[in-house]
Design a protein around this ligand. Structure first.
Ligand code: FAD
Length: 437
């Protein structure tokens, strides 16, 4: 009888398992496949390291630091060029200037800029608790800048549809700025004033061996508390806890399902499963292209997001080898593009070869120079990325209520309270506290 069984050896399951072990709990993490890391299983091939999921995270991170330190996880600051970010809009690649210089960029019209600077005085309340990202940005900044901002946020973080994603569900910290200060700009200025000047600003960091290396370090830390090739096929309550069938029978006081809703639905009690049926996911494909620097002449920077007025279908292109060391052989470059998502799943009907051809053509157009890669890779995620569409906040409330009816059951991972790895430490802390009672 263990304290806790974690089902799922993706990054969220490994982080929560390692954090609970660090807190002195008797933990067992069960992973269905032969290796940990889930969607973030880095591909190492011919000297390239392609991240099919998360490739970087903002560091320092107070919740992740203790568990990363315990597991000996190394993170490197990204090359300083990571500060350069681009937007492709109306057939032109713009480097996003630091504000207030954005006022002089050609990204949006002067009319749109003038409307946007009136944001601190906009008093219109949200039409409903769960407004779409597009609705939120249009209301606060006007349709010109609003449409651009909403598209970049939706594509860049969720590969989602800005008209469908819930602003409060997907970006709760931004909504809190309006809730607290009546305006995003005022709220941001207040936060900047409150910020402890001694606290280092979080910046982009990368794991030198990729996210797979992070997973391997967490697996080493877990030791015998991690078991691969253990697919959980059934879950039921026992007298004092939970029983998991995963080849053998395992028992624990608590069960953490580190599985997105579509994976967890077959295991949870019926009332929870019926809610999980409403969860939305969107398929994506990650297309990597690499080659000699002269043949893949990427601009120095983090990447380019694609604006709403565009002639390409790629949602964003990350200049992997430009900001992350060790992503391509010396004097070579690696870029990755994301296709599909909530607004354009149809593009994924194309074959891998067709997606590669599209990526080569569109990268050439976006950076303004022909690229001729010698290495390519396509990784498909299907069913894909959880979409926190309008209704997500209400859905989470109902899900939390339903889960509360089953003491000892916990849900975590990218399907619920945050899509990115940065939030998994907060999740692990939340579950750690719940287990303390
Ligand atoms: C294209 C893309 C780009 C991304 N970019 C970023 C980024 O830049 N920054 C960032 O922070 N995040 C990013 N993410 C998100 C990040 O990769 C995910 O949040 C994270 O990897 C999800 O981890 P998870 O453990 O919640 O889920 P998963 O990775 O899905 O892990 C679930 C695990 O459970 C296992 N499993 C399934 N069923 C069972 C079962 N019945 N029994 C046992 N095990 C089971 C699976 O094999 C898998 O290993 C990106 C994602 C994608 C797709």
């Amino acid at each position: 009888m263990r304290d806790v069984i974690v089902v799922g050896g993706g990054l969220s399951g490994l982080i929560v398992g390692a954090e609970l072990q660090r807190r002195g709990k008797n933990v067992l993490v069960l992973e269905a496949t032969g290796a940990a890391a889930g969607v973030a299983s880095s591909v190492s091939e011919d000297g390239y390291l392609l991240e099919p999921g998360a490739g970087s995270l903002l560091w320092p991170n107070a919740d992740l630091a203790p568990v990363f330190e315990a597991a000996g996880i190394e993170l490197l600051a990204a090359n300083p060029t990571a500060g350069a970010r681009f937007v492709y809009q109306n057939g032109t690649l713009f480097q996003i200037p630091e504000s207030p210089a954005i006022a002089f960029s050609g990204l949006v019209s002067w009319g749109a800029k003038i409307r946007a600077v009136r944001e601190p005085w906009v008093k219109t309340p949200p039409p409903s608790e769960e407004e779409s990202i597009e609705g939120f940005f249009n209301r606060r900044f006007g349709k010109g800048l609003g449409r651009l901002g909403a598209t970049l946020m939706a594509h860049g973080v969720f590969a989602g549809d800005p008209a469908k994603l819930s602003m409060r569900g997907a970006f709760p910290k931004m909504v809190a700025l309006e809730d607290e200060a009546g305006s995003m700009i005022r709220g941001m200025l207040a936060r900047m004033r409150q910020r402890d000047k001694g606290t280092p600003r979080a910046s982009v960091h990368v794991p030198p061996r990729g996210m797979k290396g992070v997973a391997e370090d967490l697996v080493s830390y877990l030791g015998e508390s991690f078991q691969a090739n253990r697919r959980a096929t059934a879950l039921r309550k026992s007298g004092t806890g939970w029983i998991v069938e995963a080849g053998d029978t395992f028992e624990a006081h608590n069960i953490v399902l580190a599985l997105a809703p579509h994976l967890a639905a077959g295991l949870v009690p019926d009332d929870v499963a019926s809610l999980m049926a409403d969860a939305v996911v969107a398929p994506v494909a990650v297309v990597g292209i690499g080659g000699r620097a002269a043949d893949v002449p990427l601009p120095a920077g983090f990447g380019a997001l694609i604006g709403p007025d565009t002639d390409v279908r790629v949602l964003g292109i990350l200049m992997e080898s430009q900001y992350a060391p060790g992503r391509a052989p010396e004097l070579h470059h690696l870029a990755k593009g994301i296709y599909g998502g909530g607004a354009d799943p149809e593009v994924l009907a194309r074959s891998d070869d067709e997606l590669v051809a599209l990526m080569i053509d569109e990268t050439s157009r976006v950076i303004g120079t022909r690229v001729q890669p010698s290495w390519t890779k396509v990784v498909r995620h299907d069913p894909g990325i959880p979409q926190y569409n309008v209704g997500h906040v209400g859905w989470m409330r109902k899900l939390d209520d339903a889960v509360a009816n089953h003491p000892g059951l916990h849900l975590t991972g990218w399907g619920y309270r945050g899509i990115g790895v940065s939030g998994f430490g907060t999740e692990a802390t939340r579950i750690g506290k719940a287990l303390e009672g």
